[in-house]
Design a binder for this molecule. Sequence first.
Ligand SMILES: [Zn+2]
Length: 170
Amino acid sequence: MSKFGFLVSFIVLLAAFSFPNSSSAYVKNGSKISHPKSAIYWVQGTFSNYGLRSEVVRGVTAWNPSSDIEFVKSTTVPGGADVKIEYVDKYSGDTYGVFRGSGNVTLYKKWRVELSSIDRKETAVHEVGHALGLAHTQKSNDSISVMRQYGFNHKDTPLSDDWSGLHSVY
Ligand SMILES: [Zn+2]
């Protein structure tokens, strides 16, 4: 090994120790929708009563820029939809929304009453992210992921970590 080669190896080793988490990214939750290129969604009519349907729909269609997913239409009944979003006009502790498995998302009164428009949309994008197969990302990725466990980036779109995760699932 030349002296130069040794120096390069040393620097690479040093970098590996300096950034131990640089390779960790998105986390998958095992969910996957069955028609990713022709996905169908259902948004409960109740959202329209509050003028919030478009904010919920944004949570769905925000994933369409990916080449892996295409939500093509909404249905008037939940049966057969890949993602189903319902509203419950009650508080559930500190929870804004929850993914209940099999494409089912529930948004709670706290989501409607306490959040700004941009944060309501971010929450919808987040919950649909769960339905598409993403779990919460590592805390170190909070600024590049809508799948952060706590807090908001105030952006109604998936971010770089989310696109990578989606590409890994589909
Ligand atoms: Zn979550």
